[in-house]
Design a protein around this ligand. Structure first.
Ligand SMILES: NC(=O)c1ccc[n+]([C@@H]2O[C@H](COP(=O)([O-])OP(=O)(O)OC[C@H]3O[C@@H](n4cnc5c(N)ncnc54)[C@H](OP(=O)(O)O)[C@@H]3O)[C@@H](O)[C@H]2O)c1
Length: 320
């Protein structure tokens, strides 16, 4: 079978498609004939060697969709240990969910990892209520573009998306945001909400954007952080003191999908909810582009250049 193999850390060109042995399944895992693998921000860090824990040679890729050999069912799966950029993946059964017949593979994979994160940040950690105002930073990203739609579906009002380019902001409005702002305009959240401030910020960037968003929270407003890794001044951890929280009656929370993925009932319940929203047209993943596996390096270049809107996929069946 073909897979994109990482034999050394470095620039995108270190990713090479090779013929390799199929993976071996341990207990509680099944082989999946993969159709599409997702590209994720963490893959860039893993490729560069910026994250500990990647043993070379490695096959990157943390989400796949395809057909499970054991029972012929279409499944979408999260691959915590990688192995997604491959024609056959060994997927943990507890982290796999059956895809309904009326949901296409490309939608299923785009809705899974990123949709679960958007849902978890908005609903589980953010406890958004109808009528609340919601800000989504990195609103054109894989997670962000679903968070904008989910916030609107959960009757948040207004939904404010933050994105770095005019093209991304236009896309964010098309997705259902009431307002789209540039990162430099995030200090205007009070003005945009008639002086009141916002109820919930769902933040995938951290850094200067998160700090500025905090100052725009209304009393009892919350900021939920789910990502901080972009690099540069706009991203990174922020520090908040309890003095600031008490002084403004605001809250800060975090969301990591691991705590949802390890709860099978929660995982399947949320996946069903996301698929149902997709089925009824309230949630549509935007697929930025589907790259053949043979062009995985170019896909990484494009992703790292911050030009993508929505989810980026690899068609692992295309190797030339
Ligand atoms: N907590 C969790 O469980 C969880 C789960 C999935 C993903 N994540 C994290 O969430 C973040 C977003 O994931 P995603 O799948 O939505 O990624 P994505 O599609 O690449 O979107 C990331 C967004 O970040 C913004 N960004 C800011 N600075 C950037 C930089 N220097 N380079 C690239 N992008 C930059 C970009 O928006 P602008 O150009 O508009 O600024 C981009 O649209 C990542 O940090 C990822 O690790 C967390």
């Amino acid at each position: 079978m073909a897979a994109a193999v990482l034999r050394e850390f470095g620039a995108p060109s270190v990713l090479r498609v090779e013929q390799v042995e199929e993976p071996v399944c341990g207990a509680g895992a099944s082989l999946v004939d993969v159709s599409f693998a997702g590209l994720n921000f963490d893959d860039l860090e893993h490729r560069r060697g910026a994250e500990p824990g990647v043993q070379l040679p490695a096959v990157l890729g943390v989400d796949v969709v395809g057909r499970r050999r054991r029972d012929g069912r279409r499944v979408v799966a999260l691959m915590r240990r990688g192995g997604g950029y491959s024609q056959v993946a060994a997927a943990v059964d507890a982290h796999s969910v059956q895809v309904p017949d009326d949901i296409e593979d490309t939608q299923a994979i785009a809705l899974f990892e990123q949709g679960i994160t958007a849902y978890g940040a908005l609903k589980l950690a953010g406890r958004v209520r109808p009528g609340e105002s919601v800000v989504v930073t990195s609103a054109a990203g894989g997670v962000g573009h679903l968070a904008v739609q989910l916030a609107a579906a959960l009757q948040a009002k207004p939904v404010i998306g933050i994105a770095s380019t005019a093209a991304k902001r236009a896309a964010v409005v098309e997705l259902g945001a009431d307002v789209a702002l540039a990162p430099e305009e995030i200090g205007e959240l009070r003005a945009v909400t008639g002086g009141r401030g916002v109820d919930l910020v769902v933040d995938g960037s951290g850094g200067a954007q998160a700090n500025a968003a905090l100052t725009g929270l209304a009393p009892f407003g919350r900021l939920v952080s789910y990502g901080w890794r972009g690099g540069g001044a706009g991203c990174g951890w922020i520090e908040v003191s309890t003095e600031e929280l008490v002084g403004s009656s605001i809250g800060v929370a975090g969301f990591w999908m691991r705590h949802l993925v390890d709860d099978r009932a929660l995982l399947t319940g949320i996946a069903e909810e996301l698929f149902d929203l997709a089925r009824t047209g309230r949630l549509t993943a935007r697929i930025d582009r589907i790259w053949p596996l043979s062009q995985v390096a170019a896909a990484h270049e494009e992703f790292a250049a911050r030009r993508t809107i929505g989810k980026v996929l690899l068609d692992v069946r295309e190797v030339v």
